[in-house]
Design a protein around this ligand. Sequence first.
Ligand SMILES: NC(=O)c1ccc[n+]([C@@H]2O[C@H](COP(=O)([O-])OP(=O)(O)OC[C@H]3O[C@@H](n4cnc5c(N)ncnc54)[C@H](O)[C@@H]3O)[C@@H](O)[C@H]2O)c1
Length: 429
Amino acid sequence: MKKIKVALIGMGNCAKSLVEGVQYYNENPGDDVGLMYPSIGGYTAHDIEFVCGFDVDVRKVNKPFAEALRALPNCAMHHVEAITTGEKHSSIVKDAFVYAGPTLDGVASYMNDFPEEVSFRTGSASALTSQEVVAVLKKHHVDVLVNYLPVGSEEATRFYLDAAIVAGVHFINCIPTLISTHDAMRVEQRFIDAGLTIVGSDMRSAWGASRLSEVLQGAMLDSGLQVTQHIQMNMAAGSTQGQENIRTGRTANTDFLNMAKPERLQSKHVSKENVLKGQNTVRDASTAGMTLYAGPSLTVQQKPGGRYVGSDNKIANLDIVAYGFAGARYEFSARLSVQDSPNSGGVVVSAIRFCKVASELGIVGYLRGASAWTQKTPPVQMTTSDAKFECDALARRELTNMTRGQLKENRPIAEALPYSIQGNVLDYV
Ligand SMILES: NC(=O)c1ccc[n+]([C@@H]2O[C@H](COP(=O)([O-])OP(=O)(O)OC[C@H]3O[C@@H](n4cnc5c(N)ncnc54)[C@H](O)[C@@H]3O)[C@@H](O)[C@H]2O)c1
């Protein structure tokens, strides 16, 4: 089987975790803990290789790929001692390089107000044009382009999305852009016409707050309860078990810092709440009058001078109220503490292989099952078990009623495919 060649937009913490994670699995071939799908249509994590990246930070652009991933302000835990390139267990090909892309709306205006150890720093490197990005993608024979830009990067996402379509590259949109039904339909038709697949939008973690909220919300509704309140508060802060050697406090990673001000976090907030509302939508359960809140809620900043590596911790607090049999009240609260970025590696390592296998089967457009399983705002929300059913079928290289309707030979029309239709930007109908 040929390797799946992957390019990354945004060489931040999620990029670091994914690339180091694949090297980790290469170095430990007997270990498949953390991989939801050890094999997807015959492709394993070992079949993924990273060929190039795009960024804007002066410490990352025009640098070797591995060097950029270990540069500040990245602070995610190390999964391997050293990131290697072009060697037996490497996940990065020899001479992989980080190109300077255009900044557009990628960097929040207030980033310069924070110390450079925890924030972005852009410089004067001359940026590639759209045609040059297309040429780079073609030169490296990229199969899949993964979007890891900061939340709020609407323009920058469209820039790379356009380049992917022209270059004939599958796209994984890990951030909350293109989350309106209208946007998704428009984009899907372009991918269908180009014979490409897309997964999106806004990745969820393998076992993060979104999965936990989704499963709890779905299970309560399936048990006949009415969920009147589901609040999911997320904090970028908190000490981490197993890394007791780090004695300084904990900082917010740049993902949270980027969302410290409301101007950048709106799309994430909507997308996180879509997870909750989506579970009502697929069961025809009204959300009218309910308190369903999910958001990046608190960014705690570490005082300069601490150790940053491994400080990528995130805590979610859940508070749920429901009513059941003959008006009986239920209350549920939970706290989940995770390493934020590695948690996302666990889904992207699957999403990449879903794109490859689906395209080999002749499927085009949004991968609905893979999007519902790996993203917060998929084109169509599904129950957890339906999403898993679709992914399991793809992993066995089997078509389902859903994917059969998306075979290239049937020339699908986006508008006729299943969608969770929004009444407005905040709510599904
Ligand atoms: N578990 C998770 O960590 C998780 C879950 C869901 C979604 N996400 C989303 O994934 C995205 C990436 O998260 P992260 O933690 O890696 O973020 P990060 O802040 O660590 O990395 C973002 C990278 O993008 C670069 N960048 C900024 N503007 C750019 C531009 N115009 N072109 C190219 N590069 C640019 C930055 O320099 C930085 O290297 C975020 O949008 C985040 O919300 C993360």
